[in-house]
Design a protein around this ligand. Structure first.
Ligand code: CDP
Length: 230
């Protein structure tokens, strides 16, 4: 898992970093792990999505998406602490449905490639982790953002399984094979666009969740985190 922990490291609030590709179950798992441990969950992807949604609100359409324009629009985004999670708000309001919609999903990788947008997200996430222990999820939490995180996990799953889970979550019914095949294409395309941002830390525990229930995933990560806290 991680290298030996120094005394200074032990005094810092604990960070559990969960990374992985699109729809690998990071956010739902991270939320659940945070609840079990009594930590707060921070979803870095939600901040990239919020910056994208804010840009779409400011300039609907696909022109004018410069880094400066995205950063200016992102001023409307706040990260608000809740009881068990931080929530990305747009203009002071929870806009979860907008953040998860197709218009944002198809543009978010473009925004996530902008270096100053990454700096903006990373600063927000680090600030959230300053005061109390957190479970953070994303693509580069265990590498670029929290290289000294005490617990690092990298989640992977077969693309068919990831597509199926994402559709069950979105449609709230069993998807057809044709729907799953279309979703696999979309996920694989997004993985390719996100490749440069997605990094498995050398000291991360790799968990393949293809044949695990969410409960089993959560139990494994909680066990790793409890061992690191001892
Ligand atoms: O849908 P999924 O759970 O895979 O994605 P997400 O965690 O909501 O992240 C949405 C997008 O934000 C990703 O497709 C990446 O482009 C970007 N992202 C990133 O670049 N780095 C992160 N640490 C988190 C998300």
């Amino acid at each position: 898992m991680t290298s030996p922990v120094s005394a200074a490291e032990r005094r810092r609030p604990l960070v559990v970093a969960i990374d992985g590709p699109a729809a690998s179950g990071k956010s739902s798992t991270a939320k659940w792990v945070a609840r079990v441990l009594g930590f707060r969950h921070v979803d870095s992807g939600a901040l990239y999505r919020a910056a994208t949604a804010a840009t779409l609100r400011a300039a609907p359409g696909d022109t004018g998406w410069t880094e400066d324009a995205v950063l200016a629009a992102a001023a409307a985004v706040t990260l608000v602490p809740g009881e068990t999670s931080f929530h990305a708000h747009l203009d002071g309001v929870d806009a979860e449905e907008e953040l998860r919609g197709g218009a944002v999903t198809s543009r978010v990788s473009l925004v996530a490639r902008m270096p100053r947008v990454r700096d903006w997200v990373n600063a927000m996430v680090r600030r959230a982790a300053e005061g109390s222990p957190v479970v953070v999820d994303g693509r580069d939490m265990g590498t670029a953002v929290f290289p000294h995180a005490r617990v690092k996990v990298f989640l992977v799953a077969d693309s068919w399984e990831r597509a199926k889970r994402r559709l069950v979550q979105r449609l709230e019914r069993v998807p057809t094979d044709a729907e799953i095949a279309d979703e696999v294409d979309a996920l694989v395309q997004r993985d390719a666009k996100d490749e440069a941002q997605t990094r498995q830390a050398a000291d991360a525990v790799l968990i393949d969740t293809t044949y695990l229930t969410q409960e089993e995933q959560v139990e494994r990560i909680v066990a790793i985190a409890r061992a690191a806290m001892r």
